[in-house]
Design a binder for this molecule. Structure first.
Ligand code: UDP
Length: 466
């Protein structure tokens, strides 16, 4: 029950991954601008990093940040994902429950929004009688693939053979190698179990909102209508990417972005620079790095490269990778720069950027769609192989590198892809397509657009409930 004159309160729950926090925060900002009060609960291992990078954590804007323990000590090496998942599954419900009690002494939350990667939170909020929404933070295609895999497994071939194919409603024929790695037998079971738990509890979730937008995945979204529909409200990107210069929206960065790269871009010609980033989790292997370096040298293009050292740092392999990079930095002075973390949205919007060599994380994919920048997709794991396939075959705003079983693309293949999107005969068609989908992304968010309508419907439901 909402106390008279108090804003309806929403709880949002996310694990401490940049790629999960970003889309959740975009929804938080939109809820706040619609008069809601949002408590954003994140696992506490990123607390210090986040607080360091924002001026005021408890802003008067209507957003309150709070943190709960994932059950592990702060210095625990969370690249041991199995232990992280298992401990979070066990301790998360207790710690989140205590956080909820602290925030609901006078007024309960009207709704909790969770990501699919904290599936246990669905039950926890239900125990507090809070209606639950899930923000599906990946492509709607992934929602459909996982849904069919967990609810109608018979339509899938053996996933042992990467060349086998599967035809799912609304999707092009996919090879097994294009499917999310979490369901592949070669992957540790604990990844699959996290997503499976979300689907087991789907009937307890009242609204499934999507980070994507209808127009870009029309057939897929429509094919879910008779099952458990997904309502895309995206692309969940910042207003800056949509052309607004000054906004009050808060961002929660786990690392400090090096703005100097924007000054560097300012001095490059239009459409001349290759932007390279593999997101917040992947650490480049020595072989990947070597091949990118050779391809960059042979292509003779300018580049901006985000090289994020591993969080746990210091192993022999990481040192040799760094050594390789430092040597290349010296050799290529004037041609390119390397930073640890950049303001990606500003980079993608910069006219000097010609294309993006990306791991195809879904946030990066949406951001590049909205910026109208062509992509060279080099996926590694989780949803990335499917996203890269969507980019090449469905969105057609880029190409996907071919790589061997070890996940490494050859230098020649990377060079071919650079040529394909920058100079080859298809380059202008790819660019034109990138511009077309940029427009449809913006239209989806305008008043009366598909995502705007879905979001207003959600808000209407929340207000009606109060
Ligand atoms: N990002 C950034 N600066 C960088 C690299 C990435 O701000 O130097 C942001 C990027 O804009 C995106 C997020 O980090 O919003 C990465 O999410 P994504 O889903 O693409 O990949 P993940 O990190 O989850 O693999």
């Amino acid at each position: 029950m909402t106390v008279a004159n108090e804003k309806p309160k929403i709880l949002m729950v996310s694990a401490a991954f940049q790629g999960h926090i970003n889309p959740m925060l975009k929804v938080a900002n939109r809820l706040i601008s619609n008069g809601f009060h949002v408590t954003f609960a994140i696992t506490e291992n990123c607390r210090d990093n986040i607080l360091k990078n924002i001026p005021n954590s408890n802003s008067s804007s209507g957003l309150v940040l709070d943190f709960f323990s994932d059950g592990l000590s702060l210095d625990f090496d969370r690249s041991d994902v199995k232990t992280l998942i298992e401990t979070l599954q066990e301790k998360g419900p207790i710690n989140l429950s205590n956080l909820i009690k602290n925030h609901t002494k006078n007024q309960n939350f009207s709704c909790a929004i969770v990501t699919p990667f904290v599936p246990w939170a669905i039950d926890t909020v239900a125990q507090h009688e809070i209606p639950c929404a899930m923000l599906w933070i990946q492509a709607s295609a992934l929602y459909s693939i996982y849904y069919h895999y967990f609810k109608n497994n018979d339509i899938f071939p053996s996933l042992e053979d990467p060349n086998e194919t599967v035809q799912l409603p609304g999707l092009p024929i996919l090879e097994v190698r294009d499917l999310p790695t979490f369901i592949l037998p070669s992957y540790p079971l604990h990844f699959k179990e996290v997503v499976e738990n979300s689907f087991k509890d789907l009937e307890k979730v009242k609204w499934i909102l999507g980070a994507s937008f209808f127009e870009i995945e029309k057939e897929i979204v429509e094919s879910m209508d008779s099952l458990t529909p997904i309502y895309p409200i995206g692309p969940l990107v910042s207003p800056f990417l949509l052309g607004e210069k000054d906004t009050n929206d808060l961002s929660l960065d786990m690392w400090n972005a090096e703005d100097s790269c924007i000054d560097w871009l300012d001095n490059r010609p239009n459409s001349s620079v290759i932007y390279i980033s593999f997101g917040s989790i992947i650490v480049f292997s020595e072989k990947q790095m070597e091949n990118i370096i050779i391809a960059l040298k042979n292509s003779n293009k300018d580049f901006l490269w985000v090289f994020k050292p591993a969080n746990n740092g210091g192993s022999e392999k990481e040192d040799s990778t760094l050594e390789l990079l430092n040597e290349f930095k010296k050799e290529s002075e004037g041609k390119g720069i390397v930073v640890k973390w950049c303001p990606q949205e500003k980079v993608l919007m910069h006219p000097a950027v010609a294309c993006f060599i990306s791991h195809c994380g879904w946030n990066s994919t949406l951001e590049t769609v909205v910026a109208g920048v062509p992509v060279i997709g080099w996926p590694t794991w989780t949803d990335q192989p499917t996203n890269a396939t969507l980019i090449e075959n469905v969105f057609k705003n880029g190409v996907k590198v071919s790589y061997g079983e070890d996940g490494v693309a050859s230098a020649e293949e990377i060079e071919r892809c650079i040529w394909e999107v920058m100079d080859g005969p298809n380059a202008s068609e790819i660019k034109q397509r990138a511009v077309e989908i940029k427009e449809s992304a913006r239209n989806a968010l305008k008043e009366g657009g598909s995502s705007s309508n879905n979001f207003n419907k959600f808000i209407g439901d929340l207000l009606a409930k109060n």
